[in-house]
Design a protein around this ligand. Structure first.
Ligand code: 4AD
Ligand code: MG
Length: 463
């Protein structure tokens, strides 16, 4: 008789009835009945639902094995998939052979419910919970959908560096990277001499792959990057990480309107993929985490996003008569409360805000004819606020040089970026989507620390 190694997710299906299988996974719960059988709920991460393994007391070493096969233990099971008499599941495993691979005495997750705060302190075990298993599968599906969208639409996946010599956002929120001995750094005229550093100059972890993506796009037309991004901002919010993943498409011969079309189409395709490919996990998030996620995703796919200029949004917020904690004034950045009012209360759908004041946006954004605003775009969604930030890029050399100067940045260190405007410049545009913000939006999870396996936030870098 041949025994097939099978994932739990497959053994749960009716088509597997009658097959002899081997199942490998971890015990979630154990229950011994008076009738002399033990039920093990086994999970291997392939599905939300566990496989019920029925261990008969006729098994050799039954007492000892069943004692050791406690919650958290890893097991190797052989047996036959049979139709389950219970209503909660289609199939179950009639066990012929049980092997405890790794015992788990005093397992910290033995209790049923734990707070997300507590689970963050045991991040090495939390993937074994329903919520974090489901999160990992949805996050995987979002990543797959991102690649699929761009690959299907003629974009090249390009890799941009993690160590950089320039501040892509010009906002100075960078982590320094150095090989110098910080206890005894080489000094020159009282200051640290970075010419002795490994790269012969000061370097940092990237805050965005955009500038390098622009290099690639001005040769290959449509590209995207997808990689880790670092921001040394000391903000302890439910929406910020010091290390997160960002997807950045960059498109040549593209203006702001075309970019907004891409952003909308792209977000819809991610939501659609998750709904189609993760129905069980999404039902779980809807039942247990946030009871609106399914209807919200469906609504997003079906409705047109609102498009509105920053100036119109300011007027609208002013006219709302609402008392906001932060005042609404032209020239100030929108706060989360303003973004939420627009998406959750006023329009009740995603909003693409465009044409922000130049003074609050990065140097690379294209200056509009009014001389006051730039061709920027933020996509705002209910519950999260900003999920995408992007712009048309300044392709005019003289304007770009002026903008760098105005923002106190040294044009010398952006020489290659300026060269792209000297040699065959084109209108081009791109945006960045935060992977964790999308996963947060899709799953309804409250805190961004719970949608990345190993969150990095101020004073938190365990695991
Ligand atoms: O708006 P941001 O700062 O835009 C850029 O970095 C551009 N260079 C992107 C581009 O045009 N190529 O960041 C883009 C997105 C945000 O909308 C947000 O989703 C996410 O990245 N993001 C963060 N996610 C988690 N933690 C943080 N600290 C984040 N900062 C930005
Ligand atoms: Mg932004």
């Amino acid at each position: 008789m041949s025994v097939e190694l099978m994932a739990v997710g497959e053994a749960l299906r009716a088509e597997s009835i009658g097959t002899s299988v081997r199942i490998q996974g971890w015990v979630r719960t154990k229950r011994t009945s008076k009738a002399g059988v033990t039920f093990l709920e086994v999970n291997d991460g392939s599905s939300l639902q566990n496989l019920q393994a029925v261990v008969p007391e006729t098994l050799a070493n039954y007492e000892d094995l069943v004692l050791r096969a406690s919650t958290g233990a890893s097991v190797n099971l052989e047996g036959e998939v049979v139709a389950s008499p219970a209503t909660e599941q289609v199939t179950e495993l009639r066990v012929l052979c049980l092997d405890v691979v790794g015992d788990a005495p005093d397992y910290p997750l033995a209790k049923k419910r734990h707070s997300f705060e507590y689970l963050r302190t045991i991040a090495h075990l939390r993937p074994r919970t329903n919520t974090f298993g489901a999160m990992a599968r949805v996050r995987n599906e979002v990543s797959r959908a991102i690649h699929a969208y761009f690959q299907d639409n003629g974009y090249l996946y390009v890799q941009t560096p993690i160590i950089t010599g320039s501040d892509a956002e010009g906002a100075g929120q960078m982590f320094q990277v150095t090989s110098l001995d910080l206890e005894r750094p080489p000094l020159h005229e009282g200051r640290i001499d970075f010419s002795e550093d490994l790269f012969g100059r000061a370097t940092h972890l990237t805050v965005s792959g955009q500038l390098e993506a622009e290099i690639m796009a001005t040769a290959l037309t449509r590209v995207y990057t997808f990689g880790p991004t670092f921001r040394a901002e000391n903000s302890n919010t439910a929406r910020h990480l010091a290390e997160f993943w960002m997807v950045e498409p960059e498109i040549s011969f593209c203006d702001l309107t075309m970019l907004a079309d891409v952003a909308e189409d792209f977000l819809k395709s991610i939501c659609d993929s998750v709904l189609r490919n993760c129905p069980e996990d999404m039902q779980f998030f809807n039942d247990r985490i946030e009871r609106t996620v399914l209807s919200t995703l469906q609504h997003i796919i079906e409705s047109d996003f609102v498009r509105l200029s920053y100036t119109e949004a300011i007027e609208l917020l002013r006219a709302s008569g609402r008392m906001f904690e932060f005042p609404v004034a032209w020239g100030a950045d929108l706060q989360a409360e303003h973004e939420r009012f627009l998406t959750e209360e006023h329009f009740k759908r995603p909003v693409i805000l465009t044409d922000y004041p130049a003074s609050i946006k990065a140097f690379y954004m294209r200056l509009n004819d009014d001389g006051k605003t730039v061709a920027a775009l933020d996509v705002l969604v209910p519950r999260i606020g900003e999920i995408i930030g992007g712009s048309q890029r300044e392709e005019r050399l003289d304007v770009l040089e002026r903008r760098l100067g105005n923002q106190g940045l040294d044009p010398e260190s952006y020489w290659w970026y300026l060269d792209l405007r000297r040699y065959g410049t084109v209108p081009h545009a791109g945006f960045g989507l935060g992977l964790e913000r999308v996963v947060q939006f899709i799953t309804g999870m409250q805190n961004i620390r719970d949608v990345i396996p190993f969150p990095r936030t101020p004073r938190n870098v365990e695991f």
